[in-house]
Design a protein around this ligand. Structure first.
Ligand code: SAM
Length: 261
């Protein structure tokens, strides 16, 4: 890592810090604490999103999915897809895709010795590029079902870039029996102070130079067009098949999983 990495906070490393990971510097921890002061529920929001990823991947493993395309994967730390699969004793194949240079650099280091697990350094909006990438082709068998994971990433895709069209393009590239999982931030929260908190969250993101498109439940449900949602459909993130480890949370996100036929 270059020295400058230790001087400027980075969103991927702040996320890692909130999840309890070790891939962050003092400057990231300071920025993360400032963000928490503005939006106290931020770490909880991130943990809830990551917990949905865990439950969704377990669900997909249970249905027999053993290969994953994880779009906007972040730093693969603290319970990422290949770790979830390994704990479930499934020898899964995983393609992580991220455009953030820090997330990609950490991914390369962390995944160097992982079998059948790669990081593709691309923008998820470049569907043709992601799908044709030699690492993607080498790792995934597109004649067999694949789990498409869009967790915490589509709210970084503005309407102008047609997120529904983006999801549809990936959906059309995978075999019948594949699955789609989406977790997406929204602009409301169940708590009394919800709207104000979301406003502060939006500012935290925009101050960090991130354009975030918070969407409502109907818009998020529309991203599942052409698929068959599994129960309980598109629901608040902490209400998607909660297990004993799920923290109830008055939550700023919706999630769902659907079958592609
Ligand atoms: C909040 S993190 C989510 C990480 C992980 N999917 C999870 O569920 O824990 C969002 C990630 O999406 C990545 N991202 C945002 N826009 C992207 C794009 N257009 N192409 C690729 N990655 C993107 C960011 O770099 C970041 O690492």
């Amino acid at each position: 890592m270059a020295d400058s990495d230790e001087e400027r906070p980075n969103a991927a490393r702040m996320y890692d810090y909130f999840l309890g990971g070790a891939h962050n510097f003092a400057v990231d921890r300071q920025a993360a604490e400032a963000a928490r002061a503005a939006f106290p529920a931020l770490p909880e929001t991130m943990r809830a999103g990551r917990a949905f990823l865990r439950r969704a991947v377990h669900f997909l493993l249970d249905t027999g999915i053993d290969q994953f395309l994880d779009l906007g994967s972040g730093i693969p730390t603290v319970g990422n897809v290949h770790e979830i699969a390994r704990l479930a004793n499934v020898p899964a194949r995983v393609v992580y895709v991220d455009v953030d240079p820090i997330a990609v650099a950490h991914s390369r280091t962390l995944l160097a010795d992982e079998p059948a697990t790669v990081i593709v350094d691309r923008d998820v909006r470049d569907v043709a590029g992601v799908l044709a990438d030699p690492q993607t082709r080498h790792t995934l068998d597109f004649d067999r079902p694949i789990g498409l994971l869009f967790n915490g990433v589509l709210h970084f895709v503005p309407d102008a870039d047609d997120p529904a069209g983006l999801v549809a393009a990936y959906r059309q590239a995978v075999a019948p029996g594949s699955y789609l999982a989406i977790g997406h931030a929204t602009g409301t929260r169940r708590s009394a102070d919800g709207e104000a908190e979301i406003g502060r969250a939006r500012k935290v993101y925009s101050d960090a130079g991130e354009r975030v498109s918070l969407r409502g439940r109907d818009e998020i449900a529309a991203l599942f067009a052409g698929t068959t949602l599994v129960e309980p459909g598109v629901v608040e993130v902490d209400r998607w098949r909660p297990d004993e480890a799920t923290e109830a949370f008055g939550l700023a996100g919706y999630a769902g999983v659907a079958r592609i036929d």
